[in-house]
Write a protein that binds this ligand. Sequence first.
Ligand code: TRP
Length: 455
Amino acid sequence: MSENLQREKWGSKIGFVLAAAGSAIGLGNIWKFPYVAGQNGGAAFFIIYIFCVILIGLPVIIAEIILGRTAQKNPVGAFKKLSDSKFWPWVGAMGVFAGFIILSFYSVVAGWSVGYVYESATGVFYNFNSAQSAAEHFNHLTKNVTWGIGMLAIFILMTMFFVYAGVQKGIEKGSKIMMPLLFILLIIVMIRGITLEGSDEGLAFIFHPDWSKVTPKTFLEALGQAFFSLSLGMGAMLTYGSYMSRNDNVPKSSLEIVVLDTLVAVIAGVAIFTAVFATGQNAAQGPGLIFHTLPIVFTKMPGGYFVGIIFFILLTIAALTSAISLLEVVTAYFVDEKNWSRHKAVLVFGSLAFLVGIPSVLSFNIIENYKIFGMNFFDVANYLSSNIMLPLGGLLIAIFVGNVWGIDKVLQELKQGSDKLFTNYSWIVSLWVVLIKYVSPILILFVLLQSIGVF
Ligand code: TRP
């Protein structure tokens, strides 16, 4: 009992929603979603994405949060508390491990974003005359080991700062300032995009569904993206849920998080593609869109100097609030299970994430040719965590909540704080049960099988 009295808690509901939305909204929304949608039929991809979010994303995020809220523990502790078997805590342990690995390489890309705040402020983008010269500048920077490691260090230190300060005083307070700022900055960039001459082409690109580009693979792509974007499958939402109190409304908060995450992806898409089309750049750039194409876009558009700075600040904030949740999962595990102090856990695992991040930095220079199955270290870390461990974790979480924990117990917990939903919209509750028991596990299994190359 005494351990629960000491456990930290969110100070407010909005604090929780903003922190969890901060975890969800990240590089996945601003960097990945626009280019993946761009390659997969624009609005057609988006419509499929929405279905995936409603049918899988929302049910699984509710499952993760209710697990955490019930157990009031980190992922490993939560499974220990709610099941008798030795197997389930290992699922939590895989989540903690996956979170640590994601933190290490995610911070490398986030570090580039920090570096680009500086680059844009120096006006160096104005030396570029083509997308190619912008790309060359980027390659030149990522080949520089000192730059890569330096930016990684700065970003991880910023992440450690918030987690070190605690759930309420660090994560919640930081999210309450950074998330509204992120929304404002993003809206500024979007308004600049749609007011550019020729922006309608970009809008058509995103909002005109091109069904010819949709294949069965598109569905798996959309589902995987929904999963990654909502930070599911490794216990981040579970851990944030563990700082909730028992009378908070889980379905409502989950819906708010999902809506915010989806909105930011769409607004980022609008902001980026209107500007890319208006300045006559190539929209089908793929992963290079942000660091190769956007600098030249900023150079070519009126006010682009400021828009460029604003854009990379908002990208950094988005990545930062995600990285904070990744470090918090590892921290919560060592605090709950190993009785470490929060400060010790943050110092040790922040430093370790930095060290493990170094080979990811070197994957773009010194060790770029060391390949395992055709992938460098960075790609391997990304593939194993995002494509294997997250779907596997999500699959097992859905199975646990839907079929192992006992659905009566689950519903009893879920009802706490959401009475109205249970009395007025009981069909939604029944639908959720079907989704979490059968639909989510089966569809996630397909994503996993595709990831490991079964089809
Ligand atoms: N959702 C984050 C993004 O869109 C990335 C991410 C995936 C993540 N899994 C996570 C963040 C777990 C925190 C925790 O960029």
